[in-house]
Every structure is written in structure tokens, then in C-alpha cells.
Design a protein around this ligand. Structure first.
Ligand code: PAZ
Length: 311
């Protein structure tokens, strides 16, 4: 049995910087709430489940945040305003293109007496310039807000706060829930305070089911929004059924299903009306196309259709 979402909030404290983030979310939502402005809340990356209050060890998952970070860029290209609620240190829009030492290798250092000049190497300009241009366009106009979480309970607190701040947008808000949120956790009351000691022998860890936040999110926190959830499976035979079950249970607008191994080039859109697949050809992949560009275009047209038919 999973615990109830209200019990979860009652037994887990908000993150220490919660009030600062709530203020940022509120100001950002108020600033952009004019005319017909659409706003997208993207959740991205995986949540951790601590095994100790003073956390040395935790349960994590595979998600690097590629889907969320890439999607944020494409939503910004469509002139949308974006809240990027992501796992601390997971991939972020724009910087994701320059991970590791790759970026250092694109730079040239010249030291001439007192003067130090750093330039982008001529053969890297064509790589850096278009990304820098997109970055500047969205950052200089303040179109994206970054908020980060680490643990499952940080994520819960911030997601609810973001929904509350977005409620005034009504149907103009799109929730794009791509984060890989843990299904299991150790309740705060059952967690040891200090680092588990090996002298005590191998621990037996008993995990509890995480309450599903989609239910209060859709019914209470932001009932008019266009809510899109993602469903990850490893068994192809289960995918569509699980997507349909989620739609039936939570009554939101769209589920995007993907299989772990093929998630970079194939997804399935499942709505109450229909389902269809989006995939990239081998050639498109080789040309550097990302499936998120198509996912985002499709989500935007589903949302426009929703606005036209419901209002
Ligand atoms: O972060 P990533 O790009 O490696 O993976 C994206 C994803 C598979 C986590 C996302 O597309 C997704 O399916 N999120 C929901 C996962 C779930 O079923 O809880």
C-alpha cells in the first residue's frame, strides 16, 4: 500500500532553500502572465531516495535529464516560457552540448605579457555560435527559470509549489513531466539518523510505495492545465497498456510512452482519443536530429487543439 500524498508532505520537511525557490517561482509566473503567453513546467532527471537522514547512501536511477534539457531548448525555440525543474547536476539546456573536456578543447589561450585572451578555436565557432545564440535569446529575455531538486521529497515540495504558482495560467500552462521519479522510498520515520555501520551486518531495507502525485496535481492543484506525463517501460508488451491505464486513472491529457533502450529515437503518444508513434529514421539520427524536437512540436499542436476545442 502506498502512503497518502498528504501524509507524505506531513512527514517530510521541505528542502532548506524551499522558501527562496517558492519566491522565485511566484515572481517568474507573475512576470510572464500576460496576454496569451504559454508556460511550460518541465521536470527532468531522477530523484534520489536517501537511506539515512545524514545521507551518505541513497537509491538513484539512470536518468541523466537529456529529455528534459533538450525539450526545454525546443520549447524556448517555440517562444514558450519555461520553468526547468531538474535534478541538481543533471543535464541542463545549452550547456548539455559541451560536457566533459570537450568544451576546454574548443578554447584557445593566448598569454602575451600582462594580457590573457581566451578565444573559441576557428573550427569550433560553427558548433558554439548557434547554441550560444539560442542561449542568449532565452536568457537575455528571462524566458527560463532553473529550479533544482535532489531527493524525492524535494521534488514533491517543489512540484506542488510550482503548480500553485501556475494555477492562474489555467489552460495556458503545460506540465511536461519527464522526470524519472522513484516509485519506492523509505519513510522518514523508518530511516536511521546516521550512516549505517557495516559492523551491524548487512541491512534489510524495506521500501514503501510512493504516493502518486498525479492524482492531486490533476484534481486539486492545477485542474485546468494541459498535463503530459511520461511512462518508461522495459517490456514493449506493457507500454501502451500502462499509458492507457495512467490516462484512465488520472484523467490528464496525454501520456508519452518510451522504452529504455529506444527512447532516443522512438516514443508513442497516447491520448484519450488516439495513439501514434513518433520515430526518427537512421538518417535523421546521423544528421544530428533529436526526437525531442518532434515531441515538442507535437505537444504544442496537441495543446493548441486542446485550447481550441475546450475554450
Ligand atoms: O533523462 P533521460 O533522457 O535519460 O530519460 C528520459 C526518461 C526516460 C526518464 C523520460 O522520457 C521518462 O520516461 N520519464 C518518466 C519515467 C517514469 O516512467 O517514471
Amino acid at each position: 500500500m502506498s502512503s497518502h500524498w498528504e501524509d507524505f508532505f506531513a512527514s517530510h520537511l521541505p528542502p532548506s532553500d524551499f522558501e527562496d525557490n517558492r519566491t522565485l517561482l511566484k515572481e517568474f509566473c507573475e512576470r510572464h502572465n500576460q496576454d496569451n503567453q504559454q508556460i511550460i513546467l518541465i521536470t527532468s532527471g531522477g530523484t534520489t531516495v536517501p537511506l539515512e537522514h545524514n545521507t551518505v547512501r541513497f537509491v538513484d536511477n539512470f536518468s541523466a535529464g537529456t529529455r528534459g534539457a533538450a525539450s526545454a531548448e525546443y520549447f524556448l525555440d517555440h517562444d514558450c516560457v519555461v520553468i526547468f525543474l531538474h535534478r541538481h547536476k543533471s543535464l541542463e539546456p545549452f550547456t548539455r552540448h559541451f560536457t566533459g573536456l570537450q568544451f576546454m578543447d574548443m578554447l584557445e589561450l593566448q598569454e602575451d605579457g600582462q594580457n590573457t585572451t581566451i578565444t573559441v578555436k576557428p573550427d569550433s565557432v560553427d558548433v558554439v555560435a548557434p547554441i550560444l545564440k539560442r542561449y542568449k535569446a532565452s536568457h537575455d529575455t528571462g524566458k527560463i527559470l532553473y529550479v533544482n531538486f535532489t531527493t524525492l521529497s524535494d521534488y514533491f515540495w517543489l512540484l506542488r509549489a510550482a503548480c500553485e504558482c501556475l494555477a492562474d495560467y489555467g489552460a495556458r500552462a503545460i506540465l511536461y513531466l519527464a522526470a524519472a521519479v522513484s516509485d519506492f522510498y523509505i519513510p522518514s520515520s523508518e530511516m536511521p539518523t546516521h550512516k549505517m555501520q557495516s559492523e551491524a551486518g548487512a541491512p534489510t531495507i524495506s521500501l514503501k510505495l510512493v504516493p502518486k502525485l498525479l492524482a492531486p496535481l490533476v484534481n486539486l492543484w492545477i485542474p485546468q492545465a494541459f498535463v503530459v506525463s511520461f511512462k518508461l517501460e522495459t517490456d514493449e508488451n506493457l507500454l501502451i497498456t500502462k499509458c492507457r491505464d495512467a490516462l484512465k486513472k488520472y484523467k490528464h491529457k496525454l501520456v508519452i510512452g518510451n522504452i529504455l533502450q529506444t527512447r532516443r529515437n522512438k516514443v508513442v503518444f497516447v491520448s484519450p482519443e488516439n495513439s501514434y508513434e513518433i520515430s526518427l529514421t537512421r538518417e535523421q539520427v546521423l544528421n544530428g536530429m533529436e526526437i525531442e524536437s518532434q515531441i515538442v512540436s507535437n505537444v504544442i499542436s496537441c495543446h493548441s487543439h486542446f485550447l481550441k476545442t475546450n475554450y
